[in-house]
Design a protein around this ligand. Sequence first.
Ligand code: NDP
Length: 449
Amino acid sequence: MSVHLDEKVAPIYQEVLARNPGETEFHQAVREVLESLGPVLSKYPEFRDSKVIERICEPERQIIFRVPWLDDQNRIQVNRAFRVEFSSVLGPYKGGMRFHPSVYLGIIKFLGFEQIFKNSLTGLPIGGGKGGSDFDPKGKSDAEVMRFCQSFMTELYRHLGEHTDVPAGDIGVGARELGYMFGQYKRITNRYESGVLTGKGLNWGGSLVRKEATGYGATFFAQEMLKARGDSLEGKTCVVSGSGNVAIYTIEKVHQFGGKVVACSDSNGVIFHEKGIDLDLLKQLKEVERRRVKDYASYHKDAIFTENGNIWEIPCQVAFPSATQNEVNGKDAAKLVKNGCIAVSEGANMPTTPEGVEIFLEAKIAYGPAKAANAGGVATSALEMQQNASRDSWDFEYTEKRLQDIMMKIHRSAAETAEEFGTPGNLVNGANIAGFIRVAKAMLAMGVI
Ligand code: NDP
């Protein structure tokens, strides 16, 4: 990493490395934010005096627990689960839960750390947290997933509450998993506490647009970045990695804006369909039948599946990384730029490596970092909490308009802050600084906590 760390923050970063050995993704997320904060400490010396950054880098609470469950053969299985409650200075801890075999403390901490600033950027009253488990839902029966979720919630419930900690979904956690978890929470607590989880089903307290929100939000963000450059998504060739919740609804909104998504992927490979991805088919395969993108090619003979292919080699004007962390490396970023990519809007969390980010920034393409571009999901979760608190439900148009307004405000705030701190067009700095300042001011107001 070649970006220089300001001398005021370098020792803080060294301390984070020493105190959190082996948590490489967490180190990466912290460093990326600290790289933006030198000028902020010069402008606000009180943040430095009151050790705001040192405090933010240490989670308020970390919970690690065992999840025992019985598989369909009646064998006992054991997983490890986490909830990292990072910051509650702006509201209850808020952030999703990830079920994926790669999950360990370092992943949950990187996600929780990012979540503090992302949630701050939304302007809504939500703190930052994240959770998950190394459980792999892939290939498990519904009954196994249910038993796992019930066991998971049997421990986690005591740490949750609508005013305390409000989880949602992430990789491997969708409507099915959230349903099982909510049911178990309700059963243990004997409370119908709608506001304790977001991403709920529409007939039991969920919000319209929540399912679509992260993908729609990342697309609204791309549209705002392009608008600022006198351009739009209309007629643009786009590539969206992944084929999960975020990817599917990014594709839907890009198509509504007149763009064409020609490729998507999963961890087995890439599907390229020059005519444009058939979204109804993709939804049927992924949302209903839980199949692989490979199967798409058996329905469209002109679509090409490449096993273990690299989606970033497909020429596009706008890229939406929407699968997982560090999926775009320096080489991929260089390839995208060389192939004429003019905008990148990150649906996934930290999908671009530091080398890749540097290439996008140097090329001066429109680059929307995750904590700004994918904040639509958590923002709509906060709108779900508002509806739950007032025992109301809003219609689709109104909720989508609220989401769009929030994404426009986040873009404006990141762009103006980047300008104010002397790096016009650098939305990485803009988002980090704008998100940080709101949290830091609240921490100062509340004393040493
Ligand atoms: P899903 O589980 O619905 O989909 C994830 C997709 O990414 C799948 O296609 C999956 O492929 C692929 N993927 C996951 N891990 C890997 C990997 N290690 N290598 C290659 N492909 C991988 O998750 P979401 O769509 O909800 O989440 C996608 C990203 O968006 C994550 O980074 C998440 O943190 C972020 N995000 C999600 C939000 C939400 O509201 N859901 C909110 C904000 C951010 P496969 O099926 O083969 O594993």
